[in-house]
Design a protein around this ligand. Structure first.
Ligand code: C2O
Ligand code: CU
Ligand code: CU
Length: 498
């Protein structure tokens, strides 16, 4: 089937009239093995990605029209090596324009794949991407203004692994798909005919769209077979709006070793972690006891309907995911891990130090800027352009592709004070990683001080930001809320770096 932007969107809204599928009808927990996306290495050979439409089997007895890069849903994991150039070609076989934004890559804006770099239907984009940043887990996704939410929901996203030959993962699990496992966590809702259900108006626009079925790497609440010993999970929250509060059902502790921009200086022991949309975390989990365990998530505190039960809220929205039997109030199953007694992991002990963490050389800030994330329309610009609705804004200005909001000087450190009152927003900046100084006047925990490119906050936070790559008037960088419905509605600004 040929899937176009029009048919996808029409399908999504027409779907509202179809009987809404209850959660019970979707695949059983652990019913599907965890899919491991193909790994595509940039070293030596060019990477070819194709934005295509296809059919994906999420549910028993039905298929779902979906989008992906070179596969029916999501894309391959791209492995890039620091110090090299990656040759990447992206061909668009859909009838909607797409982009391929390298979220977290530190490259000039002309290579960033933002909204000004649309690839027209039938066209292709060929680039040489210089890779020069610490080892990290990043991702890529379509970023066409006004329809980024639909594109990512439909499947136009994938993970990127940056390796640093100077910091070769010493002591860490590093066999892809075996003890080094990519996990793209998303929530999706389905109509009775198997098609994706999605709405972007009313409360789904105001608070972001959340769905009742968790999918990991494109499979509903799957089961991963893991070796006995230490396993590294590279987690990406690829959801449009849902915040996950993750923990293991048996309360086992784990260690966080990396956040958005790369390794932390040392592993941090914890028994639960919050992951906001677009954030990445790398965890080390010990499965040496050989016992199967469920990964659970608590309800999203940003969801005004988190406490409510049932199916279609007000006839419009999916309810929360089903309560997990072994969970506390409101907790739901993300996936299961089952250790294979025959297989012993290569790593058994948590290292005390980690090598290759990004260094935070910021220097004194030369100026302070304030960004207020507004859940109302901007006074200037915005409106009904670009397919966006222009009902949200930053500093009272809804995103306007024809307006440059700020101009930065390359290499200058600035203090950015970000503010939001009504709810928590994951704040994202293209082309760099920032240091979080304070949240509501208090120091942030150690694991948050590692450099990041997405920061979830409510109230007021201070960030140190420095851009080292160029962005022009024609192709500027973006800063925005990564709740994709907010971003599409205008909670985005753009800046040059001269
Ligand atoms: Cu995930 Cu503008 O980015
Ligand atoms: Cu980005
Ligand atoms: Cu937001």
């Amino acid at each position: 089937m040929k899937l176009t932007r029009r048919t996808f969107l029409a399908g999504a809204s027409a779907g509202l009239a179809l009987p809404y599928l209850s959660k019970g009808a979707s695949a059983a927990i652990g019913g599907q093995p965890l899919p491991i996306p193909p790994l595509v290495e940039a070293s030596g050979s060019p990477i070819e990605l194709e934005a295509i439409g296809g059919q994906t089997g999420f549910l028993d007895g039905a298929t779902t029209a979906s989008w992906g890069y070179s596969q029916s849903y999501l894309g391959p994991v791209l492995r890039l090596k620091r110090g090299e150039q990656a040759h990447i070609g992206v061909a668009n076989r859909l009838s909607s324009p797409v982009t391929s934004h390298w979220h977290g890559m530190h490259v000039p804006a002309i290579l960033d794949g933002g909204p000004q770099l649309e690839i027209a239907p039938g066209a292709r984009w060929d680039i040489e991407l210089p890779v020069d940043q610490p080892a990290a887990t990043l991702w890529y996704h379509s970023h066409v203004h006004g329809i980024t939410a639909e594109h990512v929901y439909g499947g136009l996203a994938g993970m990127i692994i940056v390796d640093d030959p100077e910091a070769p993962n010493a002591g860490l699990p590093q066999t892809y798909g075996v003890d080094d496992i990519p996990l793209v966590i998303q929530d999706r809702a389905f109509n009775a005919d198997g098609s994706f259900a999605y709405v972007k108006r009313g409360p789904a626009l105001m608070h972001g769209f959340r769905a009742d079925t968790v999918v990991v790497n494109g499979a509903v609440r799957p089961q991963a077979s893991v070796p006995k010993g230490l396993v590294r999970l590279r987690l990406l929250n690829g959801s449009n709006a849902r915040i996950y509060h993750l923990r293991f059902a048996d309360n086992r502790a784990f260690h966080q070793i990396a956040s958005d921009a790369g390794f932390l200086p040392a592993p941090v022991r914890m028994d639960g972690i919050t992951v906001a949309p677009a954030e990445r975390v790398e965890l080390l989990v010990d499965f040496s006891d050989g016992k199967a365990v469920t990964l659970l998530s608590g309800p999203d505190f940003n969801d005004p309907m988190a406490g409510m039960m049932g199916g279609m809220m007000g006839g419009m929205l999916p309810g929360p995911p089903a309560q997990a039997e072994e969970g506390r109030d409101g907790e739901f199953v993300v996936m299961r891990f089952s250790p294979d007694r025959e297989k012993t992991a290569a790593s058994q002990t948590i290292p005390t130090r980690l090598e290759g963490a990004p260094t935070a050389e910021f220097g004194e800030s030369v100026r302070t800027r304030e960004f207020v994330l507004n859940m109302h329309a901007g006074g200037m610009g915005g409106g009904m352009m670009g397919g966006g609705m222009g009902v949200m804004s930053i500093n009272d200005a809804s995103y306007d592709p024809d307006r440059i909001d700020i101009r930065l000087q390359r290499g200058e450190t600035e203090l950015w004070r970000i503010r939001a009152d009504e709810m928590a927003h994951p704040f994202h900046v293209h082309g760099t990683a920032f240091k979080v100084l304070r949240l509501n006047g208090e120091d942030v925990p150690f694991e948050t001080t590692g450099l990041k490119d997405v920061f979830l906050f409510q109230g007021e936070a201070d960030l140190l930001v420095r851009l080292d790559h160029e962005a022009t008037d024609a192709v500027p960088f973006m800063l925005h809320c990564h709740i994709l419905e907010h971003e599409d509605a205008g909670m985005m600004a753009q800046f040059t770096v001269e």
